[in-house]
Design a protein around this ligand. Sequence first.
Ligand code: NI
Length: 386
Amino acid sequence: MLDRFPADEYRSIVELRRDLHRHPELAFEESRTGALVAARLARLGAAVATGVGKTGVTADVGEGGARLLVRADMDALPLTEASGEEFSSEEAGRMHACGHDGHVAIALAAAGRLRRDPPARGLRFLFQPAEERGGGARACVADGVLDGVTAAIGLHLWNQLPVGKVGVFRGAMMAAVDEFEISVRGRGGHGAAPHETFDPIVAAARIVEALQTVVSREVSPLDSAVVTIASIHGGDAFNIIPSTVRLTGTARWFTEATGAAMPAKIGRIVSGTAAAAGVSAHLEYRRINRPVVNDPRVADVVIEAARRLLGEENVDTETRTLGGEDMSVYLDRVPGCFFFVGSAPEGPHRPHHSPEFAIDERALVVGTTLLEAAARDVAAAAFERA
Ligand code: NI
């Protein structure tokens, strides 16, 4: 596939991706990106709408009303780039560290191809804002992007897979994202007189340890889940026991039963452990993203297209992650499929959301080719809403 792809088209996709990479924009601030996308789509002669979900852009392509949603996300992350790429971010504290610049370039290239040779059923390309902080997909749905739509597809560049491989899972492929905050309140005092205090630091340490048993003892070993404490804040002197400690963390899960029970399990352990230590603890629990669940019928169409283009051995049908994505907002409402396009560069691992993130740009060819084919095939299969 890589050697059959037109060289001038590849150059223009790479050029666009690098331009976006130099000018990353955070969630709901994608005005330059959105304007650039809208101008390119208008040049294709597509029916373009801007200001969708605040800073998003849609374009309808093909005959009749748009039935299939093809979604790409546009936002960057609040990180300062340290990838060493010559086209690194020109903005301190902002970086395309997840590959969304590539998603935009891929979707624009696929839209161009589909515009030149339109499928029989209509497609709606959506360039979505604010995936990273959440809220972008919901804002787009509120603005009507799913009106008339009966199926949805989208992709993510993925550094867990090498270039030339893709991952398509028939079912729950990305986890739900919940976040929580635990405030531990004790009684502070002198570091030399702990017996006169109720030490929230020791209590917080016990809570962190006790929470490890949620997954190991309370979730079925045949199910997958994560409970991570990601920050601990308390105290600021070497000899003072503080009166409060604040912990934040995330819970990830795939199945509804596990997700429904999670706040109560965490809450019971937090308050029981706090009580044993003579302190009080308050849990605040928020749902951010639902699991990304592919419809097996739509996934089968994408798997078929991927096997045809890349060969059976390059299509991984087992890839899943406890990372999250707001693609779930669409897939909760219409059948669809989200899939991973391998983009790992040579050399050391360059994880998503790290300042060293980088991709092998040949993944843009795989992404464009597969997104175009998947859009054609899924549109032709004419899935209906359940
Ligand atoms: Ni991402």
